[in-house]
Design a protein around this ligand. Structure first.
Ligand code: ATP
Ligand code: MG
Length: 408
């Protein structure tokens, strides 16, 4: 039967245009920051995600579209972009250039419960800075995200940041959390009861339990080097973007170290996490690559599109109508001539009569109709009708572009 899968969508007209707009503006900002595009496959070996995203994460445990392909390989549709970037970095010996800045734009797949702003196939736009351990890199990627949000006119968004420490200082935080949550195991949701021992940080990220323990949960005590790093990130951001330090902000993925952050905004009826990221200094080495520091983020293009207030400048549309067979070529050449000169022009429905062509012009919201018949061809003129005012005038072909520009 011709029916969509649940959680998947057909996007057309406004919805498709909004996503394109988010992509376009992101690309403008990437250019300014000198970030290069990386296009990666949608399908990867499943173990890439198990290793990078983390065995205990919701994504790996139950959200992945994974299957055995014809050759008996266990593969998965990518649920996020970072593991593929790390894999590509290692495989292509990108470390020949010690500092690399990538962005990707692509669809991700997660078999989670669909709701407003949460789909099973969705678009992420992401950035990864690899090889820069300086807190300046953390600040820079955050400011790049801010630039995109501002240019898209996302209003009243909040930037939350935190540091979740490193291999040195996180184990103590983990233990403190395990102790704390074990004491109140009965009040945790079913999922958190099981993940408590394996990944206690995730309890703080749980949509049900997280908010209950915001005040009372033990806080991370950073080692001097992580503390210094975090202080510097904050110093770089100071005065450039309003941010809030949220000691309970942890991320759902396993690979983060030190800085984590999230951009949130209220969108009517939809999820408020618009973009998220952080530093992942140990990931590439843990996947068999060199020891290189990295920091990045991913934004959810649909959620950002919902929050965006940016309006495109509407260009005037011209519709070319030919009323006789003898005027078709003239009209067709005019149509192309308009496009070659940068006008938005449609038409070419020359097998239809005048009335049907005019009807289509109105249907697509054209601002002008140019009507041509045998008479006009003979005189090298045309009839220019302003469809908004209803006024029309006969003009010579050579004056058309000037006339259209004046009417704008
Ligand atoms: P959430 O808390 O909403 O589940 P997440 O922590 O799983 O988000 P990330 O993996 O950090 O999200 O992905 C980064 C961004 O991708 C999110 O901030 C969100 O905007 C977007 N995103 C994540 N999952 C979905 C989804 N199923 N549908 C649409 N957008 C999504
Ligand atoms: Mg999620």
């Amino acid at each position: 039967m011709a029916k969509l899968l649940r959680g998947f969508r057909d996007l057309f007209e406004t919805e498709a245009q909004k996503l394109t707009k988010v992509e376009r503006i992101s690309r403008d900002i990437f250019k300014i920051y000198g970030v290069n595009e990386l296009r990666l496959p949608t399908l990867e070996l499943k173990e890439i995600f198990i290793k990078a995203t983390g065995q205990t994460t919701d994504i790996v445990q139950k959200e992945m579209y994974a299957f055995e392909d014809g050759g008996g390989r266990l593969v998965a549709m990518r649920p996020e972009g970072t593991p593929g970037v790390a894999r590509a970095y290692i495989e292509n010996n990108f470390q020949a250039n010690p500092v690399q800045k990538f962005f990707y734009i692509g669809n991700m797949f997660r078999a989670e419960r669909p709701q407003a702003g949460r789909y099973r196939e969705f678009e992420q736009i992401g950035v990864e800075y690899i090889g820069n351990a300086s807190p300046a890199a953390d600040a820079e990627v955050i400011l790049m995200l801010k630039a995109i949000f501002d240019k898209l006119g996302v209003k009243n968004y909040k930037v939350k940041i935190n540091s979740i420490g490193c291999k040195e200082c996180r184990p103590k935080f983990r233990e403190d959390l395990i102790k704390f949550f074990t004491l109140q195991k009965d009040s945790l949701c079913e999922k958190c009861q099981t993940r408590l021992e394996v990944n206690p940080l995730r309890v703080l990220d749980c949509k049900i339990d997280g908010p209950k323990f915001t005040q009372s949960a033990p806080k991370q005590v950073l080692c001097p080097s992580c503390q210094k790093h975090f202080d510097e990130v904050k110093k770089y951001l100071e005065g450039k973007v309003p941010f809030e330090v949220d000691p309970c902000l942890v991320r759902g993925l396993d690979y983060y170290t030190k800085t984590v952050f999230e951009f949130q905004a209220d969108i009517a009826g939809a999820q408020n996490a618009l973009a998220a990221g952080g530093r992942y200094d140990d990931l590439i080495a843990s996947m068999g690559g060199p020891k290189v520091p990295a920091v990045g983020w991913a934004l959810g293009a649909e959620r950002v599109a919902l929050a965006s207030t940016f309006e495109e400048i509407k260009t005037k549309k011209v519709f070319v109508v030919s009323v006789e067979e003898s005027s078709n070529s003239y009209a067709f050449n005019l149509l192309q001539d308009l496009r070659d000169n940068g006008f938005t022009a449609e038409g070419g429905l020359f097998d239809k009569n005048l009335k049907a062509q005019m009807k289509q012009a109105n249907k697509i919201g054209a601002d002008f109709a140019i009507i041509i018949g045998g008479n006009e061809v003979a005189k090298n003129t045309l009839l220019l009708k302003n469809l908004n005012s209803g006024k029309q005038k006969e003009i010579v072909y050579q004056d058309l572009f000037t006339a259209l520009k004046e009417e704008k």
